[in-house]
Design a binder for this molecule. Structure first.
Ligand code: HEM
Length: 397
């Protein structure tokens, strides 16, 4: 039996290992960088089935129990784990319903002018004809400004968030991790308090009201919900934008096609999601009972990592899977997950990405990688994102 180690070299380039596993051991044992023993699911069909299988649980308490048995992983603080992504039905339905309406395609479309304004403001601040880190200057601040505006979080607090959240999702030192986590929790507690005293027109105020008006949401669930929305809202879309730009830089013919026909944008965004999936492996579950996936019987109380990054490069599903082809057509990929936990923020992420790529391509006639700089991926098992994206921009004529 294989015992694959998901180490630092794997993080820099996971695709060769994924390809081998899909061929030789599509459901196999693996050990993460933090020493956790897991089952890794790598084929598209298996991944899709696993994501929708209720025997693979996301229940916070069950996950905690299993992780304690397996050891070798940092478990998030009790106060921030009881959110929809860590729950099974019926809690999941109740929690998701509380914010579901705010994220429908129609409600999100109404945010377009606001997002366009934020994007334009950021691009106005970039000095063209210079070398910049596109992550810091644009890909990061765009989604965080949008999600903070939605939730009602002051602009001044964004940088503190970036640092806490980065520490939590990467393989940081234990003390650093604890510090980031307690900093973030203390901040959120104080923010909820402030919204309770001075409610605004924002989503956080609405959630506090939902909490206080009835028994739909406990105080802990409220805190966890805000944590989830913030982290999900800004650790992911930043990577969709930056990974997409990098993919275009590495496929100049596709960049030229997109420039020539911006009508391809929606389909190109889906292809960026497939090609370099921002959430590479975060989709983990625990088996509530023995579950057969493909040819393999996984016992109860095991951790199962469903690799979206691998599923989306499965040659049985996609022709030429390692090529970026911006007009493959819409949908089908698993970058937003599948089943009841399908990404709540998908319409928002798509809209932000469309605006971002349209603005970048129309403002800058040329985008090139800055020469002589080595690109590195963040040391994370959860997210696939660059440490920085140094580029040279040339304004459009
Ligand atoms: C769930 C990916 C942006 C909020 C998920 C899941 C994936 C995902 C894969 C399912 C995880 C699982 O089943 O284990 C992404 C990607 C994004 C993105 C690739 C950007 C490109 C956002 C944004 C928000 C958001 C902008 C909004 C705040 C959520 C929430 C869930 C979720 C709340 C949990 C849904 C549930 O449990 O029912 N996302 N996400 N995401 N996402 Fe996103």
């Amino acid at each position: 039996m294989h015992h694959t180690v998901l180490d630092a070299a794997f993080v820099q380039d996971p695709y060769p290992l994924y390809a081998r596993l899909r061929r030789e051991a599509p459901v196999s044992r693996a050990v993460t960088a933090t020493g956790l023993s897991v089952w890794l699911v790598t084929r598209y069909e298996d991944a899709r089935a696993a994501l929708a299988d209720p025997r693979l649980s996301k229940d916070a308490r069950r996950i905690r129990e299993v992780l304690e048995i397996r050891g070798g992983v940092r478990v998030l603080d009790e106060s921030i784990i009881e959110h929809m992504l860590n729950s099974d039905q019926p809690d999941h339905t109740r929690l998701r319903r509380l914010v579901g309406k705010a994220f429908t395609a129609r409600r999100v479309e109404a945010l377009r002018p606001r997002i366009e304004e934020i994007s334009a403001g950021l691009l106005d601040g970039i000095n063209p004809d210079s070398e910049i880190d596109l992550l810091t200057a644009y890909a990061f601040p765009l989604p965080i400004t949008v999600i903070c505006a939605l939730l009602g979080i002051p602009d001044a607090d964004h940088d503190a968030f970036r640092s806490w959240s980065n520490t939590i999702v990467t393989n940081s030192e234990p003390e650093e991790f604890e510090r980031a986590q307690s900093g973030l929790v203390a901040y959120l507690v104080q923010l909820i308090d402030r919204k309770r005293r001075e409610p605004g027109e924002d989503m956080l105020s609405a959630l506090v009201a939902a909490r206080d008006d009835g028994d739909q949401l406990s105080e802990r669930e409220l805190l966890a919900m805000v944590f989830l929305l913030l982290v999900a809202g800004h650790e992911t879309t930043v990577n969709l934008i930056a990974n997409g730009v990098l993919a275009l830089l590495r496929h100049p013919d596709q960049m030229a096609r997109l420039r020539a026909d911006l009508g391809l944008l929606p389909s190109a965004v889906e292809e960026f999601l497939r090609y370099e999936s921002p959430v590479n492996m975060a989709t983990f579950r625990v088996t509530a009972e023995p579950v057969r996936i493909g040819e393999v019987e996984i016992p109860a109380e095991e951790v199962v990592l469903v690799s979206l990054g691998s599923a989306n490069r499965d040659g049985d599903r996609y022709g030429d899977p390692d090529q970026l082809v911006i007009d493959r057509g819409l949908g089908g990929h698993l970058a937003f997950g599948h089943g009841i936990h399908y990404c709540l923020g998908a319409p928002l992420a798509r809209l932000e990405a469309e605006i971002a790529f349209r603005d970048l391509l129309t403002r800058f006639g040329r985008i090139e990688l800055a020469p002589g700089r080595e690109l590195r991926w963040r040391d994370s098992q959860l997210m696939r994102g660059l440490v920085e994206l140094p580029v040279r921009l040339t304004p459009a004529e």
